[in-house]
Design a protein around this ligand. Structure first.
Ligand code: FRU
Length: 326
């Protein structure tokens, strides 16, 4: 199992822009031309392009005005920067989330047989809700759904929806964090608009911080012995060294509920280093490719703000971890 999970790779951003020849500009990891970034969002492969959205402040090099920045790549090595995809509006910030290919227009939002749908958290100081937006031009322009939010529990902390298609029950599954309760909640939907609560998981493992940016996906076991589901949960603070980090659980998912194979007291860390946070995996990489590819933020809240002020570029880039083949 382990070798399917942790094979580090980086991202070589070969960009012609002058910013990318700066002495301290990362050449091996993705960074936007300027301003603050951290969580990768909406990772999805669609029509020959890997889409990387990311938490972004279009107005400054500190956290604020959270929006989704956007870049595309044919190979996860060479990246083309695109305009901000989803911007803060009416004082609602665009927090982390995911994107799916709505392959059969289940949402009714596609102008042809399929389109991209983003599922993100709308944030105000008193409430976090789940919202959707759609694009009919390969992610170049986005429209927020007019009946947003699609889930509102009236909660202040309820964020980071990861959505994927679960074939056995023919429905979309969302895993989303209840950060202060150290829980994730699963929801199901047939159209990405109406969601039913299915079950909760947690607290378990590391619980001494906010649970954020969950992800859930199957991985093959070595030797063709079937598969297990990996539930990935980022926690801040709470990593090995006291800063932000990624823990995961291995178990079964039956379309409604995740069952942990290990005792609740066991904590598994994805990365023993400090620089892998808010990690999330790509949706829609073809099965023939065989990989599950993760990206995470290459920094840690132990030093992100300070490092950002003195070495801005280093504090804002992203790392990538690949769950690869043998
Ligand atoms: C993780 C996180 C997410 C949230 C986003 C806001 O770093 O706190 O939980 O959606 O950042 O910018």
């Amino acid at each position: 199992m382990r070798k399917h999970v942790l094979i580090s790779i980086g991202l070589l951003a070969l960009c012609a822009a002058a910013e990318y020849t700066e002495p301290f500009r990362p050449q091996f990891h993705f960074s936007p031309a300027k301003h603050w970034t951290y969580d990768p969002n909406g990772l999805v492969f669609y029509k020959g392009e890997y889409h990387l959205f990311y938490q972004y402040n279009p107005f400054g090099n500190q956290w604020g005005h959270m929006s989704w920045g956007h870049a595309v790549s044919p190979d996860m090595v060479h990246w083309e920067h695109l305009p901000v995809a989803l911007a803060e509006e009416n004082s609602v910030m665009i927090f982390s989330g995911s994107a799916v290919v709505d392959r059969h227009n289940s949402s009714g939002l596609c102008q042809s047989s399929d389109c991209l749908v983003a599922i993100y958290t709308g944030h105000t100081p008193t409430r976090q809700t789940q919202n959707i937006a759609f694009s009919n031009d390969r992610g170049r322009t986005w429209t927020k759904f007019k009946n947003n939010p699609v889930i509102d529990l009236g909660m202040r902390d309820f964020r980071d929806p990861k959505v994927f298609w679960y074939e056995p029950t023919h429905r979309w599954i969302m895993v989303v964090a209840l950060p202060k309760e150290q829980k994730v909640r699963f929801f199901g939907s047939t159209d990405l608009k109406r969601w039913n609560a299915l079950s909760d998981f947690g607290p378990a493992g590391a619980t001494h911080g906010d649970w954020e940016c969950p992800d859930l996906f199957p991985l093959p076991l070595d030797g063709g012995r079937g598969s297990r589901w990996m539930l990935s949960i980022n926690i801040n603070p709470g990593a090995l060294q006291g800063g932000s980090g990624n823990q995961y659980f291995i178990g079964q998912f039956d379309g409604t509920r995740f069952t942990n194979d290990n005792p609740p007291s066991q904590t598994l860390w994805a990365d023993y280093g400090k620089d892998f946070y808010a990690s999330t995996s790509f949706n829609n990489i073809p099965a023939s490719d065989g990989r599950r590819v993760w990206m995470g933020w290459l920094s840690n809240w132990l030093y992100a703000r300070g490092a950002h002020q003195s070495m801005a570029v280093h504090a804002v880039d992203s790392a990538c971890v690949e769950a690869g083949h043998d």
